[in-house]
Design a protein around this ligand. Structure first.
Ligand code: MN
Length: 233
């Protein structure tokens, strides 16, 4: 038997609506600029060359209903509500026509972002890791099996901040559809069961302050909520 020098955290997992089992998380892929109105509010043009991605590590996963500290190293921590697709089987170089066979289910999540660090990185052509791969920055709701969720399209993705609506758009507004994303992502990675794809955010992103309460909803699945306290001292 192999003996490890010390223990490291177990991989994170998510609750499943209507099931006592949990969904184990392998990797978290995130899609950039996938709603035209959000790309525009960030000063970017929508490109139809190819989608692009960044990733969040296991330390980034936080459960719905959490109370989290305002993170260190930023003065502009932004919310982004997103539809999360949960991958349930492996695939490499998957055809668009077969892509949805890989999808196990859906959830709603928050891609929390150090916007000031992202803006500085963009300006200098540097990586986005410290802006996006933030501890507790992927706040994820319970997953619904695809059969219960239904076909993707008219479901609305919404976020409220302290009860006020700040983001609201249908999934049909996505620049790259989920089958297109899966087909493209699977040319770069061997997709595996447990992978999550955060499919991008609509317009209306903005900063959170200590004391804020965010509630993200997506028709067909359980909501995600989070409260922020002040920074850790
Ligand atoms: Mn995002």
């Amino acid at each position: 038997m192999t003996t490890m020098l010390f223990d490291v955290p177990a991989p994170p997992s998510l609750p499943i609506t209507g099931d006592t089992r949990r969904f184990p998380i392998n990797r978290v892929f995130c899609v950039g600029r996938n709603y035209a109105a959000h790309a525009a509010e960030m000063g970017n043009e929508v490109e139809r060359d190819a989608p692009f991605y960044f990733t969040k590590g296991p330390h980034a996963v936080a459960q719905a209903g959490s109370t989290l500290p305002y993170p260190p190293g930023t003065e502009s921590y932004h919310y982004e509500v997103e539809c999360v697709a949960a991958i349930g089987s492996s695939g490499f170089q998957v055809a668009e026509a077969d892509a949805m066979d890989l999808v196990w289910g859906y959830g709603v999540g928050l891609d929390m972002t150090r916007r000031d660090l992202q803006a500085a990185a963009k300006k200098k052509g540097l990586p986005w890791d410290t802006a996006k791969d933030v501890e507790h920055s992927a706040v994820l709701g319970p997953l619904a099996p695809a059969a219960d969720f239904g076909a993707l399209g008219a479901q609305r993705l919404r976020l409220t901040q302290n009860g006020a609506s700040v983001q609201d758009a249908p999934l049909s507004d996505m620049v790259w559809s989920l089958p297109e994303l899966i087909a493209h992502l699977s040319t770069l990675y061997h997709l595996q069961a447990g992978d999550l794809i955060m499919t991008g955010t609509p317009a209306g992103v903005g900063p959170v302050e200590p004391g804020d309460h965010l509630i993200g909803t997506l028709d067909g699945c359980a909501p995600v909520s989070v409260r922020y306290t002040g920074p850790e001292t």
